[in-house]
Design a protein around this ligand. Structure first.
Ligand code: 8X3
Length: 258
């Protein structure tokens, strides 16, 4: 029998689209209280009614760029008292920029990926985890990737941020020994979201080619894995879930129909 997360506060970063949004919907159906952030609340606010209709006990949206260290600390410290006891943190905010060889790559792309995927995850975790430890109850779900298990050409820094996420998840589990706080890394392969469009600077045609003639995962598939991980019995820690569609064997091996 799994545990109930009804009425528990679930904080999802990057919740306005893709996997973050699908996770909000999936955990709404479990009756969670959803604390959602994205760089802007423009896309979050219209989700509120749908989330409440899906079963969320309450929804609180706020704007936060997880890569801004001072903003992360101040904004999370200033959450309304009724939203401060976060039980589940889904460190979902992340992105890829470009697909260039390392020796030619745009350093600004590196900064953005490292600042968001690695430092952003750390800043948010540092702000939220002490409360979980004090209450001796919590679960951190970090968004990893097949890219953290295997490098691919043109993905050096993106893959490195996801490899960092994998090691950080492992290290968190070690540092949390003796506490009732779980840490899970969810590691999907190709998921059809705006990920590739963002990666290629809005080039929809190039982004479509990433998923062409293959069946990628959907955001709902990944949200389903997260929902499963966070509702396991309290003594069970799902350390990682490597998740691909049937058309993908690893970060680089993809079945494309002719
Ligand atoms: C996203 C999957 O294949 O673009 O993490 O690296 S991939």
């Amino acid at each position: 029998m799994g545990i109930s997360i009804r009425g528990k506060i679930v904080f999802i970063t990057g919740a306005s689209a893709g996997i973050g949004k699908a996770t909000a919907m999936a955990l709404a159906a479990e009756g969670a209280k959803l604390l959602l952030c994205a760089r802007s609340t423009d896309a979050l606010d219209p989700m509120r009614d749908e989330l409440l209709a899906a079963g969320a006990e309450a929804v609180h949206n706020f704007a936060l760029d997880v890569s801004k260290r001072a903003d992360v600390a101040a904004t999370i410290a200033a959450l309304p008292a009724e939203w401060s006891a976060i039980t589940i943190l889904v460190n979902n905010a992340g992105l890829a920029r470009g697909m260039e060889k390392l020796y030619l790559d745009d350093i600004d792309h590196w900064e953005e990926m490292i600042d968001t995927n690695t430092k952003g995850l750390l800043y948010v975790t540092r702000a939220v985890l002490p409360g979980m430890v004090d209450r001796n109850e919590g679960h951190v779900v970090n968004m990893g990737s097949t890219a953290g298990w295997m490098a691919y050409g043109g993905g050096a820094v993106y893959c490195a941020t996801k490899a960092a996420e994998k090691i950080l998840s492992e290290a968190m589990r070690i540092d949390l020994m003796g506490k009732a706080v779980r840490v899970t890394s969810i590691d999907p392969g190709m998921v059809e979201t705006r990920f590739s469009e963002v990666r290629f600077g809005g080039d929809k045609e190039r982004a479509a080619k990433v998923y062409a003639n293959t069946t990628p995962l959907t955001p709902d598939d990944v949200a389903d894995a997260i929902r499963w991980a966070v509702t396991r019995p309290a003594h069970v820690n799902v350390s990682s879930m490597l998740l691909t569609s049937i058309d993908q064997a690893n970060a680089v091996t993809v079945n494309r129909r002719a």
